[in-house]
Design a protein around this ligand. Structure first.
Ligand code: SF4
Length: 387
């Protein structure tokens, strides 16, 4: 089965407003028939509104278009995100006056409003879906694409996976990377082995376990799988294993499954704005230089096809290496450009693979360009002598 993904290129042939991304969003809204689908619905518009001095979040110009379309269709929209981000959302222009609808924290002001859902995945038994998400009857998931330190890519899946649950579930999802053991103290020969492994990492990705002194803890985010630690570790004492890196993405797919299961079929749609893509997530509260050229705007009812299409489009470009922070080390140029940046085990396609396995959509898609860029050709030019 093939799903449809609507696409607007960031390129334009002419210097006209109708060839730019907000206008192409209007066309995608029409293709998704958003207005026709939201009558009398309580519509959660899920954004990542960022925090601190980050400015690479989705500009209110785009969000207003979604809000207006929902209102035009007779729906009742609200914009939402996690409570610590909505607390300062006004600093990035996300106010009721600008957007045309209220901005709410998904889990209430204290982040403690949720509905519990049971499913066992590694360390997680219960998934706490945010109350404002489960209370909504329709969701527009509007994500900003960027890199991510845990899984290389943050897009449509990540916007729901971490942003539609409350704090304890978010923490448990990050902890899922540590469920499968990677440190085997009984395989070491000397007390010095511990220190050697710890000292081998140039990225600060290994520390002494706070809860278990004498044991090692791997910080998944800064680890780019360079393998230096493995060179000094006694055999079988320390693992850098894909299972620990992939766990977070499988947790994300499960979290999305849980949140989307609270909506009736056909009552959610998904958008990704792939511009100003930075090395790490908007949670970090700052904006770095772009590490890929702008890829455009994408929309689909199929979240799997959507993130697959965004990743494929990103992969048509090379990493802009001169924009990568100097503390980050590129030791491989194989696979997706986001793997160059975050390491080979942070395969950004894993989340769509797990999502498809859960029945959330198809990896096969047709990309429909809503405003194909006119290719201009120019005839040869005569010689114009200097005066
Ligand atoms: S693989 Fe490299 S980055 Fe990761 S913990 Fe080992 S030394 Fe550090």
């Amino acid at each position: 089965m093939t799903s449809t993904v609507y696409f607007g290129s960031p390129r334009q042939a002419h210097l006209k407003a109708e060839e730019t991304l907000p206008a192409k969003l209007d066309l995608i809204i029409e293709k998704l028939q958003l207005r026709e689908r939201v009558k009398d619905e309580l519509v959660a518009i899920k954004l990542h509104v960022g925090n601190n001095i980050g400015y690479s979040v989705i500009h209110p110009v785009f969000v207003r278009k979604i809000v207006q379309a929902v209102k035009d269709g007779g729906g009742k929209p609200f914009v939402c995100d996690v409570e610590w981000d909505t607390a300062s959302a006004a600093e990035r222009g996300y106010t009721p006056e600008v957007l045309g609808c209220p901005v709410f924290p998904v889990g209430g002001l204290t982040g403690k409003y949720y509905y519990a859902h049971e499913r066992t995945f590694k360390n997680i038994r219960e998934w706490k879906v945010a109350g404002m998400i489960q209370d909504a009857t329709f969701m527009v998931n509007f994500a900003h694409a960027k890199g991510h330190p845990s899984c290389a890519y943050g897009g449509a899946f990540k916007n729901i996976a971490l942003g539609c649950v409350v704090g304890p579930t978010r923490s448990a999802m990050h902890d899922s990377c540590h469920f499968d053991p990677y440190w085997f103290r009984d395989k070491t020969n000397h007390a010095d082995d511990f220190k050697k492994i710890l000292a081998a990492c140039p990225h600060g990705a290994i520390s002494e376990d706070k809860e278990s002194p004498g044991d090692l803890h791997l910080h998944i985010e800064p680890c780019n799988q360079c393998g230096r630690c493995l060179e000094v570790a006694p055999p079988e004492s320390w693992k850098i294993d894909p299972v620990n890196f992939h766990a977070f993405q499988e947790a994300c797919a499960n979290s999305v499954d849980m949140s989307l299961s609270t909506f009736e079929p056909g009552k959610h749609t998904h958008l990704v704005l792939a511009t100003q893509m930075t090395p790490v997530c908007d949670c970090f509260g700052f904006t770095s230089m772009p590490i890929l050229p702008d890829a455009g705007i994408f929309g689909s009812d199929d979240i799997v096809a959507l993130d697959q299409a965004v990743l494929d489009k990103m992969a048509e470009s090379r990493l802009i290496e001169e924009n990568v922070p100097t503390s980050m080390e590129i030791h491989t140029r194989e696979g997706h450009p986001l793997q160059w940046l975050h390491g080979p085990y942070k395969d950004p396609y894993k989340v769509v693979e797990y999502g498809a396995a859960l029945g959330l959509g198809n990896r096969s898609y047709e990309l429909v360009d809503v405003y194909p860029v006119e290719e201009k050709t120019f005839g040869s030019m005569g010689y114009i002598p200097a005066e």
